[in-house]
Ligand binder design. Structure first.
Ligand code: ARG
Length: 600
């Protein structure tokens, strides 16, 4: 991945130091790899408190191997490492209990980091780690003919961000929207449409009217359960290609797709492929045959199932008693299809945590199939397919359910956020040029950022005041910080040059900002490793906070230490810092899927 020269240097020297300090243990051990620079590099940690050093190497795992206490091992190796690093070293080691903490020379860190950001601009943090390997990310995957709710919004926003993150890491990313355009709910919609459809005007507010049909169907079916049977039959007709059923389905689909397109345009979300469950219709039979041939299927109460060799997982059903296929049947066919088509490095399914067990089942079927067919390890997709779960989105503490009709329409959420942003701008900066466009960017940015306010496994509680505040830990706050930096750069008016004296950046506030800037490439990798853009969101908040401390720094006399002053050399180098933060904030917001307005 991104090479950090300080870490590389330390790892090389520490590896030598280990071997020199413990020559006998090194000669005797069968585990020589733990003395390699590469091993050390891979096991570096970040001290919780940045003042302890830029990175640290824990030595606890050597205690048994070397027959010593961790603090003594750390002390011995740190001393030897420093000797090897020699006097004017750019980093120094210090043993603190069982850790070797490493500090790096601040001027050296500043000159490398600022030089990098200035020369690479938005490409700072790019990596060629992906080597153009295929990377599939499925997100959104809304059910059409139902309103686009906040649950699918969270998938969309997480997936769209991961798509950008993995592109930055050099993968050939394919973003897939796998629409729920098949299954028994379409039987219900068809029935509802047949019964009450003539009253529906599909030209206006079509999705809301479809929802009414859907809710009405559920109400009536509660009173008259035969309706559910009829809906199942209607779906069977659809599967059998009955032309009236197919036509109705096409109609519902067109309406919903138009709605999705419009919302994704508003959000600035992109996909490379829009597909759906129906695409897999003709791919299920070959899959079922394969599973049967591999001896993995069984009849159970009239249904065709795959019993799973995991006591915690119920059998995976492939066909119901009436021969109808299921959601899982299509996903299995889709797994095979995507693997055969793309031979991906990894394939992600960004879907709510509620479906965790479901994905475990599906992936288990695949691994059993690959095992039964003795597919060579290197040709297996097992281990490469991943469910990326996330928690609920709560509005004032409550979830949304389509069936009860208590739905918050996504479009209404976005509209309201934009309207609130509009009000805020009129209050703060009424003379701003493009007010409408800026209000749109801020409103949408607020909605997007709210989804990253906590780790993806946690529930998000959506609170209007919180989400749109310009001061709290919000999207608008980050956008506002970015815009302030842009305005400072405009006021400065001079070129930002790399001919500066970075040694002038010598106070704690400036150094903290530089350390954070230097962290950015790693942060992107962490977000990728954990499949969680929250990592980037939290980092940007730290960066903005550090920047504000730098901004509001007071000198010895208690006066604000202005960034632009009569001291030209100091102003020039500080403006390089400003430019660098603006670049990283802008790129960070981009990775989250947000706009970074230059004025607001
Ligand atoms: N449409 C499904 C739902 O709303 C989500 C699809 C997730 N993706 C998948 N490959 N199963 O529940």
């Amino acid at each position: 991945m991104n090479k950090d020269q300080f870490k590389q240097l330390f790892a090389d020297k520490a590896a030598q130091a280990f071997k020199a300090t413990f020559p006998e243990a090194y000669a005797a051990t069968g585990k020589k790899e733990v003395f390699d620079a590469r091993f050390i590099l891979e096991h570096l940690e970040k001290p919780k408190d940045p003042s302890m050093g830029r990175f640290a190497f824990p030595v606890f795992r050597y205690a048994k191997l070397l027959g010593g206490k961790p603090p003594d091992i750390a002390a011995g190796v740190a001393e030897e490492t420093n000797r090897l690093l020699d006097d004017n070293a750019i980093c120094t080691a210090e043993a603190v209990s069982g850790f070797i903490n490493v500090r790096v020379d601040p001027t050296e860190l500043a000159s490398r980091t600022l030089g990098d950001v200035l020369s690479r601009e938005s490409h700072y943090g790019d990596s060629d780690f992906g080597q153009n390997r295929k990377y599939l990310i499925e997100y959104c995957s809304a059910n059409i003919a139902k309103p686009y709710g906040v649950g699918h919004l969270r998938s969309t926003i997480i997936g769209n961000s991961l798509r950008r993150v993995y592109k930055k890491l050099g993968f050939d990313v394919i973003g897939i929207n796998y629409l729920g355009d098949w299954g028994t709910q379409f039987g219900k919609m068809i029935m509802a449409y047949r019964m009450w459809g003539e009253k529906v005007n599909l030209e206006k507010d079509a999705v809301k009217q479809l929802l009414e049909l859907y809710v009405r169907f559920h109400d009536e079916a509660r009173k008259d359960p035969t309706l559910d049977d009829e809906a199942r039959q209607a779906f069977k007709q659809l599967e059998d290609g009955d032309s009236e059923a197919v036509q109705l389905w096409e109609r519902l689909k067109t309406i919903s797709l138009a709605e999705l397109d419009r919302i994704h345009d508003m959000l600035g979300v992109e996909f490379d492929i829009i597909t759906g469950e129906s695409f897999l219709n003709d791919k299920m039979e070959p899959l079922i045959e394969r599973l049967q041939k591999a001896g993995l299927t069984e009849m159970s109460k009239g249904a065709l199932v795959v019993p799973l060799d995991d006591p915690n997982l119920p059998p995976c059903m492939l066909k119901k008693g009436d021969g109808a296929t299921l959601y899982a049947t299509r996903d299995l066919a889709g797994l095979i299809y995507r693997w055969e088509t793309y031979h991906f490095h990894e394939s992600l399914y960004v879907v709510g945590t509620a479906q965790s067990d479901y994905f475990k089942q599906a992936f288990k079927v695949i691994s059993m199939l690959e095992e039964a067919e003795s597919v060579p390890r290197a040709d297996r997709m097992t281990g490469r397919v991943k469910h990326i779960g996330f928690g609920w989105v709560l509005f004032e503490g409550e979830t949304m359910a389509t069936r009860s009709g208590k739905v918050i329409f996504l479009e209404d959420v976005i509209d309201r956020a934009v309207a609130l942003a509009h009000e805020k701008i009129l209050e703060k900066n009424p003379s701003l040029d493009a007010i409408d466009a800026t209000a749109h960017n801020i409103g949408v940015g607020a909605v997007i950022f709210s989804q990253f306010s906590v780790r993806r496994h946690k529930d998000v509680n959506f609170d209007w005041d919180e989400v749109l505040s310009f001061e709290g830990e919000t999207g608008p706050y980050l956008q506002y910080t970015h815009a302030r930096l842009c305005s400072l750069l405009r006021n400065y008016g001079k070129d930002i040059t790399s001919k500066i004296d970075v040694a002038l950046l010598d106070n704690v506030e400036e150094r903290r900002v530089i350390e954070l800037l230097a962290d950015f490439p790693e942060i992107i990798e962490d977000a990728a490793r954990t499949y969680d853009p929250h990592v980037i969101a939290a980092y940007l908040l730290r960066l903005a906070a550090a920047l504000n401390k730098f901004y509001q720094r007071k000198d010895e006399n208690g006066r604000i230490d202005k960034i632009i002053s009569d001291n030209q050399a100091l102003s020039a180098v500080r403006m390089v810092l400003v430019k660098s933060v603006q670049t990283v904030l802008g790129e960070g917001l981009y990775l989250l899927g947000m706009e970074a307005p230059e004025e607001m």
